[in-house]
Design a protein around this ligand. Structure first.
Ligand SMILES: NC(=O)c1ccc[n+]([C@@H]2O[C@H](COP(=O)([O-])OP(=O)(O)OC[C@H]3O[C@@H](n4cnc5c(N)ncnc54)[C@H](OP(=O)(O)O)[C@@H]3O)[C@@H](O)[C@H]2O)c1
Length: 217
């Protein structure tokens, strides 16, 4: 399978690239900082510099041509302000989906977040409110498209070693932690599964082996 990963130097993205290339898939990682290219190459993926806050639809579509699937794993990240939640977490996903449609790539996995689209509780800080709004709007945009989309909402991400065991299901599964390693493993399994498209799935660590969790969807 040929997979394009947007936000290719992200912590989930690097784990995903490593897993894909290890099983014989081809990964092309879109990064915004050329200094990150060697880290991406070390995963076995091919880095391409593509800043999703500056690129045009055609430029992104050129990178997607011939791919079997696209994964949106970018995010403005902690420490960024409300404006970049909109330009990355929402607009970059919309741009990637536009490019996927233009390039004829049907499978689109969006890494979203639990809480996406929910009205923030009173007293929530502006940046968190902007984040869940941006993620919610990116999800809505994707769900309205004629693509084989999957919205994947992890719980609280950790860098612990993967367990291979998860709880995966339609909202709401309940907020809890999930390792980035297990998120990457679930994305690989979803990409290679059939009949899992057009779903919004929440993901935390749990008791069910990943393949069984996907088989039971
Ligand atoms: N933290 C949590 O508990 C949590 C929970 C659920 C979901 N999530 C979401 O899960 C997703 C992935 O998480 P993660 O930990 O892997 O994220 P991460 O390590 O912060 O990676 C995000 C990547 O997006 C890239 N990016 C930012 N702006 C870009 C642009 N304009 N063009 C191209 N790439 C750009 C970043 O590049 P640079 O390195 O150049 O900045 C970074 O490599 C994020 O969307 C995050 O919001 C997080």
């Amino acid at each position: 399978m040929n997979v394009v990963i947007a936000g290719g130097h992200g912590q989930i993205a690097l784990r995903l690239a490593r897993r894909l290339t290890a099983r014989g898939d081809d990964a092309l990682s879109l990064i915004r900082n050329p200094d990150h290219a060697d880290d991406v190459r070390a995963t076995g993926a091919r880095p391409v510099v593509c800043d999703l806050e500056r690129a045009t639809v055609d430029e992104v579509a050129d990178q997607l041509t011939g791919a079997d699937a696209v994964v949106f794993a970018a995010g403005a990240g902690p420490g960024s302000g409300a404006a970049r939640k909109d330009t990355v977490d929402r607009a970059a996903s919309v741009l990637l989906a536009d490019a996927a449609e233009r390039a004829g790539v049907r499978t689109f996995v969006q890494v979203s977040s639990m809480g996406a689209g929910k009205p923030p509780r009173e007293g929530t800080d502006d940046v968190w409110a902007a984040y869940v709004k941006a993620k919610g709007e990116a999800e809505d945009d994707l769900r309205a498209r004629d693509l084989d989309w999957i919205v994947l909402r992890p719980g609280i991400l950790t860098n612990d070693e993967g367990t291979g065991r998860v709880t995966l299901g339609e909202p709401e599964v309940g907020r809890a932690e999930v390792t980035r390693d297990d998120v990457a493993a679930v994305i690989v399994a979803l990409l290679h599964a059939s009949g899992v498209e057009r779903r919004t799935l929440e993901l935390v660590n749990g008791d069910t082996p990943i393949e069984a969790a996907i088989a039971s969807l």
